[in-house]
Design a protein around this ligand. Structure first.
Ligand SMILES: CCC/C=C/C=C/C(=O)SCCNC(=O)CCNC(=O)[C@H](O)C(C)(C)COP(=O)(O)OP(=O)(O)OC[C@H]1O[C@@H](n2cnc3c(N)ncnc32)[C@H](O)[C@@H]1OP(=O)(O)O
Length: 310
């Protein structure tokens, strides 16, 4: 059973995502899709130079996270991580909500993992890599060397919170709400919320309240607690604000930005001294890059630097 679910997660074919007008409703910006980025559940566009936009694209299902999505979100962030044309990523969603969380119509498959005659140890051994595969789907955002800006509108439920916790920057629209809903479907959230959210908001009491009760948290509270750093009045201003900061990031030295991301993630998980040692080791190499010279010269001459691809 375990191998069947794993192969279902990894074996689905991609087809090019073309958002239909009726399906995407008003919360869809014009997206010219990028050759080589063909996904079934995601629409990929390039809104500005070196900035790629990944939109969750199952609007009829409120962007519920089906098996293809879990596979593709990992693939796209691995692809973007390796694409030297990409320097920053905006993660948004088509349709009336950011995401309704895991696709409940596929929850039976998760229950099915523990059916059968094997004893508990053998079933558990089979389930472990499946959970790890789900976790890797969102850790891919963190492992992607390029900064990821999540732009959340309306509902961000269950797996949606896990997903955006792995982003670097989170913005939302005024109508956004967040719900750590896993307890309502009989689960302890196991794909990142319980590990990353406490470090994002720095408030264990609040995180436990949200995780144990599954209560909704609205945009104003999300801003106050630090889950998001900006609120925009509507979807259009949200996406354009996310693209704007991503464009600013993409104009900087990719060596400096990507080393900063690696250092910040490392610092979150290590002591100050370990973090200092880590950045010193990275900068032993990175300070030798031509970006340093180019950026310094541009600062002196007040000109815009052009950095080589990384
Ligand atoms: C190892 C696994 C790790 C991952 C764990 C993740 C866990 C989670 O994500 S827990 C959270 C699961 N999600 C939910 O419980 C949300 C369920 N949905 C709702 O509560 C409501 O649909 C919602 C409040 C989001 C919207 O309500 P509204 O009245 O505006 O719309 P609906 O008529 O209910 O829905 C419209 C169509 O979307 C389908 N849909 C909604 N949510 C899901 C979902 N999570 N999975 C699959 N499909 C979903 C809904 O059935 C409607 O479809 P249709 O009837 O065909 O129009």
């Amino acid at each position: 059973m375990a191998s069947r679910v794993l192969s279902a997660l990894s074996g689905l074919r991609s087809v090019r995502a073309v958002p239909s007008l009726a399906a995407t409703m008003s919360t869809t910006t014009t997206q010219e899709l990028i050759p080589g980025y063909s996904y079934d559940t995601l629409a990929i566009s390039q809104p500005s130079q070196h900035v790629f936009q990944v939109n969750i694209n199952r609007p009829k299902n409120l962007n519920a996270m089906n098996k293809a999505f879990w596979r593709e979100i990992r693939e796209v962030f691995e692809q973007l991580g390796a694409d030297s044309e990409c320097r920053a990523v905006v993660l948004a969603a088509n349709g009336r909500m950011f995401t309704a969380g895991i696709d409940l119509s596929e929850m039976a498959d998760i229950g099915g993992m523990v059916m059968g005659d094997d004893d508990v140890a053998r079933k558990a051994r089979g389930v472990m890599p499946i959970i790890a595969a789900y976790q890797a789907s969102f850790t891919a955002l963190e492992k992607c060397p390029k900064p990821v800006v999540a732009a959340v509108h309306s509902a961000c439920i269950g797996g949606g919170v896990d997903l955006i916790c792995a982003a670097d920057i989170r913005y939302c629209s005024d109508d956004a709400w967040f719900q750590v809903k896993e307890v309502d479907v009989g689960l302890a959230a196991d794909v990142g919320t319980l590990q990353r959210l406490p470090k994002i908001v720095g408030n264990e009491s609040l995180v436990r309240e949200l995780a144990f009760s599954a209560r909704k948290m609205y945009s104003a509270e999300a801003l106050k607690c630090g889950l998001v750093s900006r609120i925009f009045p509507n979807y259009e201003s949200l996406v354009s604000g996310a693209v704007e900061i991503a464009t600013t990031i993409a104009s900087k030295s990719p060596v400096a930005v990507q080393t900063s991301k690696a250092a910040l993630i490392h610092a979150r998980d290590h002591s100050v001294q370990e973090g200092l040692d880590y950045i010193a080791t990275l900068n032993m190499m990175m300070l030798q890059s031509e970006d340093l010279r180019l950026a310094a010269m541009a600062a002196m001459s007040k000109e815009k630097p052009t950095f080589s691809k990384l």
